[in-house]
Design a protein around this ligand. Structure first.
Ligand code: HAM
Length: 417
């Protein structure tokens, strides 16, 4: 029997109930802030990722699903969506005027990763990107939207971990100091870090190897090398977050696994997640639009892994409420036809319920209703047909009542709320 490909999975049932609930909450929160959805293709030319996420990043270096298509184009299945959104914004000339562009997306991403809990090769992200915004206040706006969205989902133990990774102008001095630090203890670093120090020294800070993390003790920190404007930006962001009561801590080792960040980089940690506790990440990327062939445009954004978030919601809150619906059970062929006509009216009036269409006898239909967790069974037999009623059995409480056909839709709607 064929199985789903390693690292991918089918979404259905309770897990998908959580996905949908999170997506609905996200859309409402983002629309309140004026963000509009964008859907970009899963396939992009591989250059889009090489020139943005970066050739030295693990994502491009090791984890990309890329291939040459039948027309000889070298394409990749998107490992993330920021690069695709930037490519689309340039292509459709959304960034020619200086008006802010506020965009969000929800969709699957692909990374050929080592398997571990909560990490998949096809996973889902919800993300928000804002363009033509350069102030710390604009970052705070995006972070408030994110924080309030997560709070609306009932998450409580959240904090931001923030850093400034500077600009291409102030990085060379940092690189020099960092390389000198590295060389003084190079035997203590892993082979990958020896490659990283050549390609992109910041990447060394991101190494997951415990002995490299020890060797990094006392390393030069980027915030000491910031140019005055970046230092002012970083200080102002901290001030605004403090004023707004958004909990944060500074983390000088936070660089993130993508090359495009400038100035602010951040993650959100949830103590409910345990060990590897970053729920999401993002930051500023003022150079990326130009790097991909567009104008010089300031930009900021983040994306959250939906798979982990859904897992967390399930752990914290159990099942979503009210997955199983009431069921309407007609008894006999005359009732079966009438039930279809009545059901159609009630559905149109906004009631949610399923219809028993297999012609099952009462006992069997009730057994099925109980097994699937239906809260109510609405019976339509000969007696009910004559009186214009349904007999309603509350399957949890074991009680019974009669509703006229006119009141069914309203009562079912009340039951849903
Ligand atoms: P990222 O840190 O690579 O950033 O991914 C963001 C989030 O996606 C992670 O924090 C994690 O929750 C989730 N994620 C990543 N890989 C996997 C995986 N294999 N399985 C499950 N979840 C995963 C970005 O992708 C940037 N585009 C964020 C951004 C937007 N920066 C600016 N704008």
């Amino acid at each position: 029997m064929a199985q789903s490909v390693k690292g991918t999975r089918d979404l259905f049932g309770k897990e998908l109930d959580w996905f949908q609930r999170i997506e609905d909450t996200a859309r409402r929160a983002f629309h309140r802030h004026g963000y509009r959805e964008i859907r970009t293709p899963i396939l992009e030319e591989i250059e889009v990722f090489k020139r943005s996420v970066g050739e030295s990043s693990d994502i491009v270096h090791k984890e990309m699903y890329d291939f040459v298509d039948k027309g000889g184009r070298h394409v990749a299945m998107r490992p993330e969506n920021t690069a695709g959104v930037v490519r689309a914004a340039i292509q459709h000339r959304m960034l020619e005027a200086s008006d802010p562009q506020l965009l969000y997306y929800i969709g699957p991403m692909f990374r050929y990763e080592r398997m571990q809990a909560g990490r998949y090769r096809q996973f889902w992200q919800i993300g928000a990107e804002s363009f033509q915004v350069s102030t710390p206040e604009s970052e705070a706006e995006s972070l408030v939207m994110l924080y309030d969205f997560l709070r609306e989902l009932g998450l409580e133990h959240l904090s931001f971990s923030i850093n400034s990774v500077g600009t291409p102008e102030c990085r060379p001095a940092f690189h020099e100091a960092f390389r000198a630090f590295f060389q003084a203890r190079e035997a203590q670093f892993c082979d990958d870090c020896h490659r990283r120090i050549q390609e992109n020294p910041l990447r060394v800070l991101d190494c997951k190897n415990a002995s490299c993390q020890v060797a990094l003790e006392g390393h030069p920190v980027m915030v000491d090398f910031l140019d005055p404007a970046s230092r002012e930006h970083h200080a102002r962001l901290k001030e605004v977050l403090t004023e707004l009561g958004l909990p944060f801590q500074e983390n000088p080792r936070l660089v993130r696994g993508l090359d495009y960040y400038t100035r602010t980089a951040f993650e959100v940690l949830s103590s409910d997640l345990g060990a590897q506790s970053a729920l999401l990440g993002g930051g500023r990327y003022d150079g990326l639009v130009k790097q991909l062939g567009g104008p010089q445009v300031a930009a900021f954004g983040w994306s959250i892994g939906l798979d982990r978030l859904a897992m967390l919601m399930q752990q914290l809150h159990g099942e979503t409420r009210g997955a199983a619906l009431p069921v309407l059970i007609p008894l006999g062929p005359v009732a079966a036809l009438k039930a279809l006509a009545l059901a159609r009216t009630w559905w149109a009036q906004g009631a949610a319920f399923t219809l028993e269409t297999r012609g099952s006898a009462l006992k069997k239909a009730l057994t099925t209703a109980n097994r699937t967790g239906a809260p109510l069974a609405l019976l339509l037999g000969e007696g009910e047909l004559e009186k214009g009623e349904v007999t309603v059995k509350d399957l949890a409480a074991g009680t019974q009542a009669a509703w006229t056909w006119d009141e069914v839709a309203e009562r079912l709607r009340a039951h849903q709320d």
